[in-house]
Design a protein around this ligand. Structure first.
Ligand code: TYD
Length: 207
């Protein structure tokens, strides 16, 4: 049987990395055959594209170039890594996917949802996730949690206003795509992890 494909989304500081780590530990414990991967990246070519996209020196990169680079890293990763894992019946858990492009490039960069949908047609049509977990925390709370935020890459270095737009972009996606479930992560990391585990069981992603 073909495997399931789930993705995780959220603003900077939403605790996504922690939740993915906790989920990985839980899936291992349960003996689930899964692949944990990420965007942009997850394969040698896509990781190289990631280095170009996130290079803090490339301040002149235009939004269209940025969106197209994310889309090209995505399609390579889908064909090279995700497809074989799904075909082998594995559960694929991906840290960010096309919804990041809608929120960051479509909304925050102002390219619009139509442009993002067009350049991501392959991903949207052939690989819609079975479930997308959106870690819902306001950028203000997330920034406070991160104590002022890391500014290590080109995207993280963008100001608070940009991240507010990203959050707004995610919120717009919720009524459009029922596959996206917003998880309130105002509680402790273990409470959030519990909500996510139950969601995966409810949605028959895991038994
Ligand atoms: P990463 O360090 O993995 O960030 P995070 O831990 O927050 O997931 O860097 C990925 C960055 O790329 C992140 O700032 C979000 C951004 N991004 C987009 O802008 N568009 C996209 O389509 C994707 C996949 C990521």
């Amino acid at each position: 049987m073909r495997g399931k494909f789930i993705t995780f989304e959220g603003c900077e500081g939403s605790g996504k990395s922690t939740q993915l780590r906790l989920l990985g530990e839980y899936l291992t414990q349960r003996g689930v055959d899964f692949l944990m991967t990420r965007e942009p990246g997850g394969s040698a070519i896509a990781e190289d594209i990631r280095k170009i996209i996130l290079n803090p020196a490339y301040t002149e990169m235009c939004p269209e170039c940025e969106a197209l680079l994310y889309a090209s890293a995505r399609i390579q990763h889908l064909k090279e890594i995700v497809e074989p894992a799904l075909a082998a019946g594995r559960l694929v858990v991906c840290d960010r996917y096309v919804d990041s492009s809608f929120a960051y490039q479509g909304e925050a960069r102002g390219l619009g949802a139509d442009f993002i949908a067009e350049i991501n047609g392959y991903a949207l049509e052939k690989y819609p996730p079975d479930l997308t977990v959106f870690l819902d925390i306001s950028p203000k709370a997330a920034f406070e949690r991160k104590h002022g935020a890391d500014q290590n890459d080109r995207i993280e270095a963008l100001g608070f206003e940009f991240h507010e737009k990203v959050y707004k972009g995610y919120k717009k996606l919720l009524p459009k795509f029922p596959r996206i479930v917003a998880v309130d992560c105002g509680g402790t990391k273990f409470e959030t992890a519990e909500i996510i585990k139950n969601l995966l069981i409810d949605k028959a992603i895991i038994k």
